[in-house]
Design a protein around this ligand. Structure first.
Ligand code: BGC
Length: 766
């Protein structure tokens, strides 16, 4: 990982590297699900991308010329991290002078970010500087900073300038109108900014305290409020600066309905209370929350010959915790979490397929909230279906706020042939998202058995998604029903017919609706009656029977779509060995790529993984051999799927190699891969590789299955999961599997290595 390394609980940057600013900001991002704060440094640098994102606060930037391609996005809120520090008249910057020692470290156990350095100014004066920061997991609105400065070359004159800076933009798009800003008691600074279209007030309030008396000046500027402190220090005296900041918005559920002035007053009172605690106590409370929610509750532990494997799992659990807006079911997880501008904070199928399993198994209450988000989006999904002339619910490919509807932009990167922006059709025709949402409901219910959710939301979601497929299928001349003009998971193929993934899942969506309907008829006719407007008899059966299914050919290969296997083949070696994803676009445009057998990410193979009960091991192998060599893994969602499949096929060496590659997507040596934010789905995938892949925990049909296949490098894997309301501890070595029901209020049935067991207390299988 070059200058980024780590072990145990710590991910660290070993030397200051201006080229890695964006990457470190993302992979060392702080957060708590309410907000995400990129790990920008206090002092500013060219190439930085400082960012503060508050979950669910979407806004649409409107300009006359850009109207068509502007969609709702998470606005980059005001920056309060910044500190301009002058040491004996010299602006502190690691781009100047000499950096003698330097370490920046993210501590997963506590969520704290630290930077420690020994800096020699261009004038030859030496200083020690320590920066500490925590986005509190104990109090979702609070961020605490502590900075210690020690002069090592005699007395020092220090000038600190810091406050709240609302001059931030999203790559130039200004999402905020400037609101009131003011000082209280010449001490507390407060700034209000309001999103231009969605009208959300953001109230940022901050307090700076110093360990030594200072000559203080308060100041305001356009979109900025700040204070300037002049301090004289004795030789070796340590100056400690504490800055406590709170973030509130008018979208916060707890304070909903307050007008701006009342929210300001609430924010000020909250800030005062937090500031009275001080950095140490805020950090302690945050560490305690990390222990309670994650590390002392649901940790994955493993013994591996390579300690970075465990680090990668901690990295994954850390980010999965900070990306999830578990506090509010009107919000979901963005493809980059809350760690950057990438994908505009939008939610994709990444949630259901790549990150939801983590929450379902470890934090079912968060999974429930994510599922409820889909339920609350049903009116919009119905509107989308209706607008397109269909019935039921058609979910947006990209979603933001509940009633935003489809928010996929219409244009993307430059087309190297035409010189124009490449049109993006995913929002119009990547319709498998609708069955992915249904798959999410099924996963959640199968693992948790949460009948209450099903009654309130789940059945309606499954029935209405099935109804969409009923209307979307088109009759072909041979009497079969087809799904034409779509994009499958492989986005390198546009406007294709009978995509294997989509067709298989659409049929399954219809099957599931029938199965749930019939079960309700037996077990809860009153509920079925209530759901009557969404229930179909005959139509679901007929459509499921007549839908055209791309079945495996004689050689076992499932045609990815109607034309894929007839497309020309090119030598992909160069792109398979790429260091930067998407390098094929340097040689071909989207249309040309569409005419070749080259695949962006797991597609047919993902279908086989998710619906393994429909395919034989021979079919699995034949498709692996055919499709993997044609797959460029140009989406971060691809490697984990391949890793789990390789583990299933018994190829543990390959599976382990793919696991390593998946871990490297964000933690690896590519210094540019994460500039726009971490890859949420890929991070969910790291956890999936360990627990679902090597650990072999899977939902198959309506069963819970455990079939571990540890790689050689691992001698023990232990994890916790919630199954049917019981907390289960699973401990796996190469020789034994121990499964312990810790809750013990009900036995859990699961298939372990091919045999059905009922786990009432402790079970050990050799
Ligand atoms: C992938 C999609 C994914 C999106 C967001 C795209 O590059 O092809 O499958 O949903 O990124 O992560």
């Amino acid at each position: 990982m070059e200058n980024i390394s780590g072990s145990g609980w710590i991910l660290q940057e070993n030397s200051f590297n201006p080229a890695a600013l964006g990457k470190c900001e993302a992979i060392m991002c702080g957060g708590n699900g309410y907000m995400g704060l990129r790990a920008a440094t206090e002092e500013r640098y060219i190439g930085e991308r400082r960012g503060l994102f508050v979950a669910g606060t979407f806004n649409r930037f409107l300009s006359d010329t850009e109207k068509d391609n502007e969609v709702s996005e998470l606005p980059n809120a005001a920056d309060f991290l910044e500190m301009e520090i002058k040491l004996d008249g010299q602006l502190f910057s690691l781009a100047q002078g000499t950096v003698k020692e330097y370490i920046r470290s993210l501590h997963f156990a506590t969520g704290e970010l630290k930077r420690q350095m020994h800096w020699v100014s261009p004038a030859g004066k030496e200083y020690r500087l320590d920066f500490h920061r925590v986005v509190s997991l104990g109090d979702l609105h609070t961020v605490a900073q502590k900075v210690c400065i020690q002069p090592l070359s005699g007395v020092a004159e220090i000038t600190l300038s810091t406050g709240i800076n609302a001059q931030m933009t999203n790559s130039g798009a200004q999402h905020f109108a400037e609101g009131p800003k003011r000082f209280y008691d010449r001490r507390y600074m407060q700034l209000v900014q309001t999103t231009t279209q969605s009208g959300i007030d953001f109230v940022l309030t901050t307090d700076v305290t110093l360990s030594r008396e200072a000559n203080t000046r308060i100041a305001m500027d356009r979109r900025r409020i700040f204070s300037v402190y002049d301090i004289s220090l004795e030789p070796e005296e340590v100056l400690t600066i504490e800055k406590i900041t709170t973030v509130h918005t008018s979208r916060d559920k707890k304070t909903e309905g307050l007008d701006t002035a009342a929210l300001q007053a609430h924010a000020l009172a909250h800030l005062k209370a937090q500031s009275a605690l001080g950095y140490g106590e805020i950090a302690r409370q945050s560490a305690e929350a990390w222990h309670q929610k994650v590390w002392g509750n649901i940790p994955v532990t493993l013994e591996s010959t390579d300690p970075t494997d465990l680090l990668a799992l901690r990295f994954a659990q850390y980010h999965l915790q900070i990306m999830a807006p578990a506090h509010d079911n009107r919000m979901n997880i963005g493809a980059k979490g809350l760690s950057g501008e990438g994908y505009k904070g939008h939610t994709f199928w990444d949630t259901e397929i790549f990150v939801l399993p983590y929450y379902i198994f470890t934090q079912p209450e968060t999974a429930l909230s994510l599922e409820e988000y889909r339920y609350l989006s049903l009116p919009g999904a119905r509107k989308k279906a209706e607008g397109n002339g269909f019935s039921g619910a058609q979910f947006p490919w990209e979603s933001a706020w509940l009633d935003d509807g489809e928010v996929t932009p219409l244009y993307g990167a430059a087309d190297i042939v035409t010189g124009l922006p490449t049109p993006i059709l995913t929002g119009l025709i990547e319709i498998h998202i609708t069955c992915d949402v249904c798959y999410g409901v099924w996963q959640y219910y199968t693992a948790t058995g949460d009948a209450d959710f099903m009654a309130r939301c789940g059945y309606e979601l499954v029935f209405e998604t099935a109804n969409f497929w009923v209307s979307r299928l088109e009759p072909g001349p041979e009497g079969k029903l087809h799904i034409n003009n779509v994009i499958g998971p492989d986005e390198y193929k546009d406007q294709i017919d009978d995509d294997a993934f989509t067709n298989h899942f659409a049929r399954w969506n219809l099957w599931l609706a029938m199965a749930y309907r019939d079960a309700l008829a037996r077990e809860n006719p009153a509920l079925l009656e209530k759901l009557r407007p969404y229930v179909r008899y005959g139509a679901w059966e007929e459509k499921a029977r007549d839908i055209y299914i791309p079945e495996p050919r004689e050689d076992g290969i499932i045609p990815q779509n109607r034309t894929f296997l007839t497309l020309k083949e090119i030598d992909l070696t160069k792109y398979k060995n790429q260091t930067q994803v998407g390098s094929i676009y340097r040689d071909y445009n989207h249309e040309q790529i569409g005419e070749m057998q080259v695949i962006k990410q797991a597609d047919v193979l993902l279908l086989i993984l998710l619906k393994e009960e429909h395919f034989t091991p021979e079919v699995k192998r034949a498709n692996w051999d055919y499709y993997e060599p044609r797959t460029l893994h140009d989406s971060s969602l691809s490697l984990s799927t391949h890793c789990i499949l390789a583990a299933d096929m018994g190829d543990e060496v390959l599976a382990y190699d793919l696991f390593k590659r998946a871990c490297n997507i964000d933690m690896g040596p590519n210094m540019k891969s994460s500039d726009d934010g971490i890859h949420a789905g890929s991070i969910g995938g790291i956890w999936q590789c360990a627990v679902l892949g090597f650990g072999g925990l899977r939902l198959v049909g309506d069963k819970i299955r455990l079939a571990p296949a540890l790689p050689k490098a691992w001698t023990r894997l232990q994890f916790y999961c919630w199954l049917k309301g019981q907390k289960i501890k699973i401990n796996i070595t190469h020789d034994t599997v121990q499964v312990e029901n810790l809750t013990r209020t009900a036995p859990v049935e699961m298939e372990i290595n091919g045999t059905t067991h009922v786990v009432a207390d402790m079970l050990e299988i050799k």
